[in-house]
Design a protein around this ligand. Structure first.
Ligand SMILES: C[S@@+](CC[C@H](N)C(=O)[O-])C[C@H]1O[C@@H](n2cnc3c(N)ncnc32)[C@H](O)[C@@H]1O
Length: 293
């Protein structure tokens, strides 16, 4: 049986048609709200990766029940693709990995920040689970990155996540910015799908952390100006040689180098003479530990 006929048997597909939602995903946001009360007190909200717009419809109906008289409510929807207009929703066509998109959103809020950011972002799936999970994780990090520019202290961020191998790592990264991180699976999300949603509550930027928009996909890593990073933004990961690195390609010489901008690392160069004494030092555990302190 083809996918479309399977969708048509689906209760949420039929309900979405009946109630006028653009996609059955509307029920996922409604059910997350039933559980976590994420709309409480929200006046400014950003819907990242919003097309075709069912989450924006939910936000519009829930936050603006009286329409015109709810003039202090602002809903901004962002997507790479254009969307048909929705009552009370400002639309921005843009890429959530770009700082210019964050700036356009903040402009809409007259320089103020948002009470809630939601993101149902999904890349085009390839069907290869590892790749799909990885790309989904990268999109979540892009959404988190832009959210650090947009969200008010104490506010909530909800985003789609795939419960794969990297879920714990992603959770730990989110915990740096939010006091509480929970993974929720709304009943309208298919059981057969690894899709879930992270509900991140009580946002707080870590001390000394300055939001930035370096591309989390890292394909432009060379453009990072490492020497300009400060505080928690700059993390030099220690390098530890586990055992004798001269074993299989001993025509190379290893030495421990320390540079203010690169930290401690092991340099590898073609051997001119017999194995270099500094590398022997690297194998001395105590000395090595002292070096990377
Ligand atoms: C599952 S759909 C969102 C459905 C939406 N929540 C709804 O209820 O109608 C995923 C969306 O993510 C968008 N998207 C993927 N990568 C993006 C990016 N870098 N910037 C903005 N939107 C992106 C896609 O264009 C697509 O419309």
């Amino acid at each position: 049986m083809g996918r479309s006929s399977k969708d048509k048997r689906d209760i949420y597909y039929r309900l979405a048609k009946e109630e006028g939602w653009r996609a059955r995903s509307a029920f996922k946001l409604l059910q997350i709200n039933e559980e976590f009360n994420i709309f409480k007190g929200v006046k400014k909200v950003v819907d990242l990766c919003a097309a075709p717009g069912s989450w924006s419809q939910v936000l519009s109906r829930q936050l603006r029940p009286n329409k015109e008289s709810d003039s202090d409510i602002k809903i901004v929807a962002v997507d790479l693709q254009a969307m048909a207009p929705i009552d009370g929703v400002i639309q921005i066509q843009g890429d959530i990995t770009q700082i210019s998109t964050a700036e356009k959103i903040i402009e809409q809020f007259d320089g103020q920040k948002s009470d809630l950011v939601v993101c149902d972002g999904a890349p085009d799936v390839t069907g290869l689970h590892d790749i799909d999970e990885y790309v989904q994780g990268q999109l979540l990090l892009a959404a988190l990155n832009i959210t650090t520019h947009l969200l008010k202290d104490g506010a909530t961020f909800v985003a789609k996540i795939f419960r794969g191998r990297d879920v714990t790592t992603l959770g730990s990264q989110l915990k740096i910015f939010f006091q509480s991180v929970t993974i929720a699976k709304p009943r309208s999300s298919r059981n057969s799908s690894i899709e879930s949603f992270v509900v991140c509550e009580k946002f707080k930027l870590p001390p000394m952390y300055t939001p930035h928009m370096f591309n989390p996909l890292l394909h432009d890593a060379a453009a990072l100006e490492l020497e300009k990073l400060e505080g928690n933004n700059r993390c030099i990961v220690p390098f530890i040689a586990c055992g004798d690195l001269s074993g299989f390609d001993s025509d190379m010489t290893y030495s421990i180098q320390t540079r203010p901008d690169e930290g401690t690392y092991i340099s590898k160069e073609p051997t001119q003479a017999p194995i270099n004494p500094p590398y022997q030092e690297a194998c001395d555990r105590k000395k090595r530990d002292q070096l990377i302190k």
